[in-house]
Design a protein. Structure first.
Length: 80
């Protein structure tokens, strides 16, 4: 289980920061971009893609990457 530090975001929201394998964290980005509570898959994908561009604290979770690949394959199949 990774060590987790929680920082305060907008009122009523907190932002978990994973400390294991942490590279450089963009604290200001995290505080301004808190994952919505009960986020949909689309919201999670959008958040993590933006996170990857703006912060180097952790990679996209493996289960989310798998869901993204599955959707990409489905779109490719429907287009072809």
């Amino acid at each position: 289980m990774p060590d987790i530090k929680t920082v305060n975001g907008p009122p009523g929201n907190t932002c978990p920061i994973y400390l294991n394998d942490m590279k450089k964290i963009n604290k200001n980005w995290h505080l301004a971009h808190v994952m919505p509570k009960n986020a949909s898959l689309e919201q999670r994908i959008a958040w993590h893609l933006e996170h990857q561009e703006n912060c180097g604290c952790r990679p996209i979770p493996k289960l989310l990457l798998a869901a993204m690949e599955k959707r990409k394959a489905a779109v490719g199949t429907a287009a072809g």
